[in-house]
Design a protein around this ligand. Structure first.
Ligand code: NDP
Ligand code: MG
Length: 382
């Protein structure tokens, strides 16, 4: 259970909700980081009084230093600064809510410094799966999931009899804003349309990942690493209402689910109070108000990113890192209006198809794969 908390990516959707949880649960904030949004960060410094803060963008870090020189906070800059916050001695828990694989090195630093990890940054596990899990094992560090589906599975696994008894984990998917649509209808989707998620309000990158359902592919890989299951033991079911957050099935065909209104403060709080449960400001779930809950199979032809990810993790090695980085680049290009919606999946597929990398890997290999995938995507925009 957390007492002293560091939040990496505190200015984002998860970061600000984590601070809301920290405010209500009374956790002390020791370190915060952001990329460049110093207006939000300045307010956070004044309210939560962290001891150190890092801003990736150098100029924003210099500006922030000026703005908060009336306080005692120490301002660091660059990725190096974020890593220093990750390993900062006065915190016991690090919540990583950085977006993208920029979160990988800070996660590793935090693990090496023996912090408990509350992990929202799924790209960390997708890109660096074995590096992260082996490092955690070596340092005897727990990785507690924040992603709602993985928090649900983690909750369903409390009291689990033995590893053998687990038959599968079942991830629920909202289906995103384009549920029911076919490929031909998605050709001319605008950025604004793709940014309208039916159930969750999230950062831009993950919202686009939900529209392509790459998010569910990344979550499949995340589940493999978090729960030590093989990819074929991870099922996906579309559940439009986002009330059942995920399920596990045991060998006796008993299925256990975790439910709640869709609000990330529940999984964030559980990761931070585990193994305890505190009261929450989140609304109670009233099933009768919903009336009915629906479930259906994903449309794998339209949302091909799910199977690209399944095949990448089945092949293993650096394939998931390659798929993740290709997606990060393609997702950004789409948000910048430089490619169409369907180009995202096409570019991820072409990048992974062009790649060879089914071997054990080091951090350096993951970083090289990142460069390869981004360059491949940039040179294959049609
Ligand atoms: P946001 O875009 O809202 O926030 C991202 C945070 O990371 C911000 O603090 C941002 O700083 C910082 N950041 C951006 N780029 C970098 C970088 N290169 N190096 C260091 N820090 C950086 O994202 P979300 O909060 O939506 O998502 C965060 C993570 O949590 C993602 O991995 C996402 O998949 C996962 N997640 C999110 C959910 C949600 O509901 N939002 C649900 C489940 C998982 P700045 O503000 O200065 O740009
Ligand atoms: Mg999720």
């Amino acid at each position: 259970m957390t007492e002293n908390l560091t939040i990496l990516g505190s200015t984002g959707s998860i970061g600000t909700q984590a601070l809301d949880v920290a405010r209500k649960c009374g956790f002390k904030i020791k370190a915060l980081t952001a990329n460049s949004r110093i207006d939000v960060l300045e307010e956070q410094i004044r309210e939560f009084k962290p001891e150190i803060v890092a801003v990736v963008d150098e100029k924003s870090a210099t500006d922030l230093k000026q703005r908060v020189k009336d306080t005692n906070v120490k301002i660091l800059s660059g990725n190096q600064g974020v890593c220093e916050c990750a390993e900062y001695k006065n915190a016991d828990t690090v919540l990583n809510s950085i977006v993208g694989m920029a979160g990988l090195e800070p996660t590793l630093k935090a693990i090496e410094a023996k912090k408990t990890i509350a992990l929202a940054n799924k790209e960390t596990l997708v890109a660096g799966g074995s590096l992260v899990t082996e490092c955690a094992k070596k340092n005897n560090v727990s990785i507690l999931p924040v992603d709602s589906e993985h928090s649900a599975i983690f909750q369903c696994l409390q009291g689990k009899p033995s590893n053998k008894a687990l038959k599968k984990v079942i991830l629920t998917a909202s289906g995103g804003p384009f549920f029911g649509k076919k490929k031909e209808e998605l050709k001319d989707i605008s950025v604004e349309q793709a940014l309208k998620h039916p159930n969750w309000s999230m950062g831009a990158k993950i919202t686009i990942d939900s529209a392509t359902m790459m998010n569910k592919g990344l979550e499949l890989i995340e589940a493999v690493w978090l729960f030590g299951v093989t990819p074929e033991k991870v099922d996906i079911v579309v559940h439009r209402e986002s009330v059942v957050h995920s399920l596990v099935e045991y060998d006796d065909n008993s299925v256990i689910a975790q439910l709640g209104v869709p609000d990330m403060r529940i999984p964030i709080q559980y990761a931070l109070t585990y193994p305890e449960r505190f009261e929450s400001p989140v609304k109670e779930l009233s099933l009768a108000d919903y009336g009915k809950l629906t479930f259906s199979y994903p449309d794998y032809d339209t949302f091909e990113c799910i199977n690209i990810c399944r095949s990448a993790i089945t092949k293993g090695g650096l394939y998931p890192a390659c798929a993740n980085s290709a997606n990060e680049q393609a997702n950004l290009l789409f948000r910048q209006g430089k490619i169409g919606f369907l180009d995202i999946a096409r570019l991820v597929r072409e990048t992974v198809d062009s790649f060879k990398g089914d071997k054990d890997y080091t951090l350096n290999d993951v970083l090289e794969t990142d460069l390869y995938a981004r360059e491949f995507v940039l040179s294959h925009i049609k």
